[in-house]
Design a protein around this ligand. Structure first.
Ligand SMILES: Cc1cc2nc3c(=O)[nH]c(=O)nc-3n(C[C@H](O)[C@H](O)[C@H](O)COP(=O)(O)OP(=O)(O)OC[C@H]3O[C@@H](n4cnc5c(N)ncnc54)[C@H](O)[C@@H]3O)c2cc1C
Length: 384
């Protein structure tokens, strides 16, 4: 059996000052955000806020300066992200580009693609979405049926993507599509393309979720022209390229902080009650210990990613445990409040609790379901 590795990480010198700078910015720019808007903050789309972060150089923080980055360290970026998320900053517009589309362009993109997209992403002006899932191809991603067919010097794309977060507001999508028929090896013949969502033939149809919000979509691609220079990386290597993003997608602080606004509101509520009972004290201690452990694990993955490793096993463990934590938190708080029905529905605590009770089931679906992650973990441990 192979044991997962979670090394203890020491944050670099100067982190405290950097953290204070981010907190000071948030105190001015996000003061007064409603509690329910601070929940699940990395999905909340706010283009002007992203532009403000871009002006400060806080998007693409680790990227080379020649592409609009700030050449800061991965752990400084971690501090930035955890502070933004803990404060409930609406970072959803640029989140995907900052987390994985930009790094994919740095790793696999042509020089022209990097020049065109990375500075615009870093300015908070160009937003990306992920075109992986399709009807019939979610967990079984290699089953994607959207096709790229050669036409003239370029390609046309035909098919449908599903659950595409922010496709109705993003400029670009990185789509995983089949560019050659599936043979014996289904993972071969897949390629990634940079698709301009303003292209003819693209139809984006929003899907309303349980809470009445629109953030993900169906995307129909009807003979969408894609120039040859918008192939990302190597034709036929889409599977390897796409799966190499997954550790970035699965291990960050967003995987355990989606319900953090509720934790904060609940602590405020309990503090305002005066005497705090033993059950609540125990729960606060337990939840804080869980949160802190998750943070250490997530930080450890960030450090390994920065060292050029791909800790896919550890990233899957962080996502599974982190999602379990942020998903259980609303129900735990509800139970401790004596089911919460006595709460005034206008209280910030009641509003954020209600929202998270509705949306938290999705936390263990997006980015790979619990069952799929546990399969990866079992394989990584050598158990299957
Ligand atoms: C909020 C949200 C945002 C999303 N955003 C995006 C996005 O931006 N881009 C994108 O491409 N996708 C996105 N997705 C899609 C997400 O990645 C898929 O929903 C997920 O991968 C599961 O795929 P599926 O929905 O087709 O379910 P299925 O694959 O049909 O799975 C259904 C159930 O069966 C289980 N299951 C499936 N296969 C196995 C197996 N082999 N062993 C055991 N159990 C199994 C699953 O765990 C799940 O419980 C988003 C999803 C959500 C909920």
């Amino acid at each position: 059996m192979t044991l997962p590795r979670f090394d203890t990480v020491t944050l670099p010198a100067g982190t405290a000052a950097w953290r204070a700078e981010v907190r000071a910015f948030m105190a001015t720019h996000a003061a007064g955000l409603a509690a329910e808007r601070r929940a699940n903050a990395w999905s909340v789309f706010d283009a002007p806020f992203s532009r403000r972060l871009g002006e400060r150089g806080w998007i693409g923080l680790t990227w080379p300066k020649r592409y609009g980055g700030a050449e800061r360290s991965a752990l400084e970026r971690y501090v930035l992200l955890e502070e933004l998320l803990a404060a409930g900053a609406p970072v959803g517009a640029h989140w995907i580009a900052d987390r994985q589309s930009g790094p994919a362009l740095l790793r696999y993109g042509s020089e022209a693609q990097r020049q065109r997209f990375l500075p615009a992403i870093a300015r908070g002006e160009c937003f990306f979405c992920i075109g992986m899932s399709e009807p019939g191809a979610g967990s079984d991603l290699a089953a994607v049926r959207t096709q790229a067919v050669r036409r003239g010097d370029g390609w046309v794309l035909r098919g449908q993507k599903l659950w595409t977060t922010h496709a109705h507001r993003a400029h670009m999508m990185i789509a995983l599509v089949r560019s050659a028929p599936a043979g014996d090896k289904r993972h071969e013949g897949l390629s990634q393309f940079l698709v301009d969502l303003a292209s003819p033939g693209v139809t984006v149809r929003p899907i309303v979720d349980l809470a009445g919000e629109v953030h993900f979509n169906e995307v129909f691609l009807d003979d969408v022209p894609v120039p040859a220079d918008m192939l990302l990386g190597v034709e036929g290597q889409g599977w390897a390229q796409c799966t190499s993003e997954l550790s970035l997608e699965r291990s960050g602080p967003e995987r355990y902080l989606s319900s953090h606004a509720l934790f904060v509101e609940w602590l405020r509520h309990e503090a305002a009650q005066g005497a705090v009972g033993e059950a609540v004290c125990n729960a606060i201690g337990q939840l804080t210990a869980e949160l802190w452990t998750l943070r250490q694990m997530s930080l450890s993955v960030a450090a390994r990613l920065a060292a050029g490793q791909d800790p896919a096993l550890e990233a899957a463990i962080v996502k599974d445990l982190g999602n379990s934590f942020e998903q259980a938190l609303p129900r735990r708080v509800q139970a401790l409040l004596g089911d919460g029905r006595s709460l005034d529905g206008d209280l910030p605590l009641a509003r954020v609790l209600s929202l998270l009770l509705q949306i938290s089931p999705s936390f263990s679906l997006r980015g790979g379901t619990r069952e799929i992650l546990r399969g990866i973990i079992a394989r990584g441990l050598g158990l299957r």
